[in-house]
Design a protein around this ligand. Structure first.
Ligand code: NAG
Ligand code: NAG
Ligand code: NAG
Ligand code: NAG
Ligand code: NAG
Length: 512
């Protein structure tokens, strides 16, 4: 049995839950767990981010956002939280130009980590935001992770120096529970953020905590790239990631909570993900994800933010499988764990689904701007195989309902080039967007059909993210997954709600 915790458990009797957490926080706690928080924040945005303003107006706006951070830090502190994560762009906003963001930038002095406490040593100018964050961490006696814009002057002695004589970075900062700056990270993979520069060397930003050991940090779009995300977890021994984001959900494959959970599962790490909350901009999706279960938040109906608090293991990999150890042995033919088709009165065997009469054998369809090869699921159970370039995907499935919803198995082996360039190998079982096969690959957040499935592919890359998204933007434990006989597989039965996406999302980083 996998332990899986849904956010409803957090909400069950808020007053009582709060009291319990409060009470437990006062007791000595074993080293093996810690209390983390992420805050999904509906940030206050300025009306016209391209307009030029001055430092004092910029600070006025940023302090209004920091007032909300302060409330959350105090609420978290009361619940015994040891580390809190705030979203990307939460203090200053987004859609600036290089010039218009300038008054919003703090100066980040080149101090050694662990040597500067901006709250106690406010000697540098233009460090008001850093000072306030540092004071908040000290007051709440917790580690605090936030994202802000920073500037670093440069000149002609540096050939990379921009013409305006300064670097501007999208930066995460981490303060310890006394307010000392213990890490900073400059975003490597900018997402069309023309106001910022890419650092000339990749920051591998890691900090030590007394409760969870080494924690690494990166930002939003970085999640899809090797540097620094994968390097941190494969080469640098990081077991926990703190992840500020301003992520816009994209279905079927890149909803925020979907990739956050997949990263935690693929690498056997905890992911503490804080997103902005702006439903009109498709921004919602935060969570505290472990390889075994997730506390998540996704809500496009409310405009309110959400503080997610969870007590999680300091050793996410305890007893779990390794992400990168192809077993080399085939485990033989897959069989369902709950009896034969004949024995199940609710699910007729092999009856074609209504509406599937003129079903094409395979067809091409666009999914998230990529040309997928799809094969329809025609029966109530069956086995399919579909290939593109060097990747073949196989699916054993059994539908558990009798809906007329259309599903297809899609395969892609190619370079994605829209809104970023990255090479993908993907096997995906998706619910189609509507009642026609042409809608396969279109967005749809709802489904009623429950599946048992085993999906696998002969990937050329070792980096495969198992994704599972169910109806109404919900997560389920990913089931069994891993390598067998040169294939990566995921196997799942007993879904508790309708299947939206079950995918093996492979990244072939060398081919970017
Ligand atoms: C966290 O969970 C562990 C293990 O379940 C428990 O021993 C500990 O008391 C919990 N800590 C808090 C603060 O709730
Ligand atoms: C920011 O820019 C994006 C992309 O151009 C646009 O879709 C979005 O509406 C803008 N957001 C705001 C708050 O201006
Ligand atoms: C140029 O920048 C470097 C590094 O910041 C600094 O040490 C040096 O003093 C600067 N030189 C001039 C002429 O400003
Ligand atoms: C998708 O790929 C197939 C096979 O390579 C090709 O025949 C088809 O024209 C492509 N579709 C689009 C829209 O590019
Ligand atoms: C995957 O399987 C197909 C069909 O057997 C084969 O053509 C292809 O080379 C395989 N890919 C890899 C990477 O082994």
């Amino acid at each position: 049995m996998e332990r899986f915790l849904r956010p409803t458990m957090l909400r069950a009797g808020p007053a009582l839950g709060l009291l319990l957490l409060c009470h437990q926080a006062l007791l000595a706690r074993p080293d093996s767990s810690f209390v983390a928080a992420v805050y999904e924040y509906p940030s206050i945005l300025i009306a016209d981010p391209e307009a030029l303003t001055d430092r004092s107006s910029a600070l006025e706006l940023m302090n209004r956002n920091l007032d909300h951070y302060e409330e959350q830090v105090m609420a978290a502190a009361k619940q015994g939280v040891q580390i809190i994560v705030f979203p990307e762009d939460g203090i200053h906003g987004f859609n600036f130009t290089r010039r218009s963001i300038y008054p919003f930038l703090d100066f980040l002095p080149a101090v050694q980590s662990g040597k500067w406490n901006p709250c106690l040593e406010p000697q540098f100018s233009d460090t008001e935001v850093l000072q306030r964050l540092s004071c908040l961490a000290g007051r709440g006696r917790l580690f605090l992770v936030a994202n802000l814009g920073t500037k670093q002057p440069c000149n002609g002695t540096d050939p990379g120096c921009p013409p305006d004589g300064r670097y501007q970075f999208n930066t995460n900062v981490v303060f310890d529970d006394k307010g000392t700056l213990v890490a900073s990270y400059r975003k490597q993979n900018l997402y069309f953020e023309y106001s910022f520069d890419t650092p000339s060397v990749v920051d591998h930003s890691i900090f030590e905590t007394p409760f969870a050991g080494k924690i690494g940090t990166f930002t939003c779009f970085d999640m899809l790239f090797f540097e620094p995300a994968v390097r941190l977890v494969t080469d640098l021994g990081v077991k926990h990631i703190v992840f500020p984001a301003a992520w816009m959900d994209q279905l079927p494959l890149l909803a925020g909570i979907e990739i956050q959970q997949a990263f935690a599962v693929a690498f056997n790490v905890n992911v503490l993900a804080a997103n902005l909350h702006h439903p009109l901009l498709r921004m919602s999706s935060s969570g505290i994800h472990t390889p075994h279960g997730s506390f998540w938040y996704h809500n496009t109906e409310s405009l309110k933010g959400k503080l997610i608090v969870a007590n999680i293991s300091a050793d996410p990999g305890a007893g779990g499988p390794q992400w990168n150890s192809p077993l080399g042995e085939s485990h033989g033919r897959f069989s369902w764990d709950d009896g034969t088709c004949e024995g199940d009165a609710d699910t007729p065997c092999g009856d074609p689904l209504e509406g599937a009469l003129e079903t094409p054998a395979t067809f091409h369809g666009e999914m998230m701007y990529d040309n997928f090869t799809f094969m329809p699921l025609r029966e109530n159970r069956g086995r399919l195989r579909v290939c593109a370039n060097a990747l073949c995907c196989e699916l054993d499935y059994r539908r558990r309902g009798l809906s007329d919803e259309l599903y297809a198995l899609g395969v892609l082996d190619g370079l994605h080039t829209v809104h970023g360039t990255y090479y993908l190998q993907v096997c995906a079982l998706v619910k189609c967007g509507g009642p026609r096969w042409e809608t396969c690959g279109h967005e749809t957040p709802r489904a009623t059909e429950k599946f048992d499935f085993h999906i696998r592919g002969n990937f050329s890359t070792a980096f495969v993210f198992p994704m599972l998204l169910t109806s109404g933007m919900t997560l389920q434990p990913p089931g069994q997954r891993g390598w067998e006989g040169g294939h990566y597989f995921m196997r799942k039965s007993q879904l508790s709600s309708g299947l939206v996406t079950a995918a093996l999302y492979g990244r072939w980083y060398e081919r970017d």
